[in-house]
Design a protein around this ligand. Structure first.
Ligand SMILES: Nc1nc2c(ncn2[C@@H]2O[C@H](COP(=O)(O)OP(=O)(O)OP(=O)(O)O)[C@@H](O)[C@H]2O)c(=O)[nH]1
Length: 265
């Protein structure tokens, strides 16, 4: 069962609950209120019903050849999977550490149009995607690209509204809250349906985020191990990464939160 639709930002007045210093209140109130058209008044919740999937199509990439499939769900969400293939088109065997029988490396990558398409330095999403593909090409497994996870589930319009709030001084968590949204609204139901269809219910998850492990466990996907997907911090995303570590419990080390760390050069 997917959860009931959840109301999203309609007033943009969630900032009132944040107890901001008075000198910041006005800038945040202005940024929260400033959008050109009405925001969506609901964040759609995913349907678990899979309507259609495709045969695997080989796609050569800088990281190797991947067998790509598309997946359509009843709510219109379309996702992508990419399986690591050898040069002869056979699936890359599952290697890497510690599990018997060997389990696939899987990255569930949440869509980030700004990071994945444009290579935005505001976040670490683009390099995380590339790093994830590299790990999967080496160790065998799948990338699951979830296209209804944009902005940690709040959608692109709301994410860009949240960016304005970040430019007014809020961190990434408080910016979502200021819009009247949760810090993380992703639902992994459809990802878990895809993994079940692929026969990948015991996985090694390429992620730094323990909340993903928890969410997948509740949906019947067993994470045997977390494979870190760490990328060097940059000046532009240092605060973003520190907030992920400090407020969302992401497992990030010094190299991932200090742009001047010696190993980043
Ligand atoms: N709301 C919001 N979403 C963001 C922001 N920056 C990136 N995102 C989204 O965050 C999602 C990626 O989530 P992250 O929290 O970076 O990482 P994660 O997927 O939880 O964890 P990893 O598996 O370790 O990458 C994507 O959907 C991005 O679109 C932001 O400032 N605000």
């Amino acid at each position: 069962m997917s959860p009931e639709p959840k109301p999203a930002a309609s007033t943009g007045q969630g900032w009132e609950g944040l107890n901001l210093p008075p000198e910041q209140e006005q800038a945040v109130a202005d940024a929260a209120a400033s959008y050109i058209a009405s925001p969506l008044d609901t964040v759609p919740m995913p349907s678990p019903q899979l309507i259609e999937t495709t045969y695997e199509v080989p796609v050569p990439t800088p990281h190797g050849v991947f067998g790509v499939r598309a997946w359509l769900f009843a709510d219109g969400a379309e996702h992508i999977t990419a399986r690591a293939l050898n040069d002869d088109g056979t699936p890359t065997p599952f290697t890497g550490t510690g599990t018997e029988p060997p389990a696939p490396a899987v990255r569930i990558h949440s869509e980030c149009a700004t990071g994945d398409i444009f290579g935005s330095y505001r976040c670490d999403c683009g390099p995380q995607l590339e790093n994830g593909l590299r790990i999967i090409a080496q160790q065998g497994g799948w990338l699951v690209y979830t296209r209804n996870h944009e902005g940690r589930g709040i959608g692109l319009v709301n994410k860009l509204r949240a960016y304005r709030l970040q430019d007014a001084g809020l961190d990434t968590v408080d910016a979502n809250l200021a819009l009247g949204l949760d810090a993380d609204m992703r639902d992994y139901t459809q990802a878990s349906v895809i993994l079940q269809e692929l026969g990948a219910e015991r996985i090694r998850l390429v992620s730094n985020n323990p909340a993903k492990v928890q969410a997948l466990a509740e949906l019947g996907v067993e994470v045997l191990e977390m494979i870190p997907d760490e990328v060097p911090a940059r000046a532009e995303n240092t605060r973003y990464l520190a907030t992920k570590r400090d407020r969302m419990r992401h497992q990030l080390g010094p190299r991932n939160t200090h742009p001047n760390h010696p190993h980043n050069h």
